[in-house]
Write a protein that binds this ligand. Sequence first.
Ligand code: NCD
Ligand code: ZN
Length: 346
Amino acid sequence: MADRLTIARPFDAHLHLRDGAMLRAVLPETTRHFARALIMPNLVRPVVALDDARAYHARILKALPAGAVFQPLMTLYLTETTDPADVATAHASGLVHAVKLYPAGATTNSASGVRDFDKVRPVLERMADIGMPLCVHGEVTDPDIDIFDREAVFIERVLDPIRKNTPGLRVVLEHVTTSDGVDYVRDGGPLLAASITVHHLIINRNHILAGGIKPHYYCLPVAKRESHRQALLAAATSGNTGFFLGTDSAPHTDALKENACGCAGCFTATNTMSCLAGIFEAADALDHLQAFTSENAAGFYRLPPDPATITLCKGEPVTYPDKIQTDDGPVSIFQPGFPLHWKVTP
Ligand code: NCD
Ligand code: ZN
């Protein structure tokens, strides 16, 4: 087994960078290894218009560590009042690469999201015309639906009807967590893809709930039972171009995670590549790591492959700090629960 692997510099197709002090603290954790990332728009005041995206893009560039080469790809937050013409202008600007659909109430800062999916039909039709991808948080919010079923029900009740009503719409099912989602995307043709996180490849719901509650493993969509994790693993390591890395690295301070009503989100930016190399090696699929981390998302978002590379080396267990420090407080780094032997060489 090779102990050195060089791959195209990765693309994180789903990243939360936040703003202000948190942005400054977490950005270097991503730029150290990643060439580009699709930046989620769920700020406290969401990124709803091209001007918001421009301003946020500028703040990200300003926060870049010296010498970092990194392309933030911006997204707009879909609301029931989003104007189709504004979305088309944003896409044509080259700055905005996708629109993100949050069902209202589904996750962090989703209160301005969509309640009535019919209201956004004109936007989706325009996006289908211009080939602009829709990134979907795929969970229903109906309190009658069990939280572990919310993705499968969303696919059946919301996503599939949207796709049938909007021919040509390009869709990414974000942070897919179920075998239902994997099957749906695998059979969905070239207009449909899914991002997969690192943590959903590693943890199942036992990791969150058995032997004491582990708030740092709580994220949305919540991790499901082991058979679903196995389906995600098979999809990620298969080389299938419809599946790619979107870390969903979502920093919250420890005070907000270790809380009677803890926030959802796992902070994985720091050790994503070490975790993935270990997972792909264990699946005997290191030859598909580059497709998953660097090529497939670039293909779907119609970006040229990044010419730069990173090299991973295998050796003694790699250690990472438990936390990063931010001016808002410490943020714990995701603990995979197994030793990491692959390290990105500087
Ligand atoms: C994300 C966040 O904190 O912004 N949280 C999460 O659990 N994944 C939002 C999201 O992507 O759902
Ligand atoms: Zn997310």
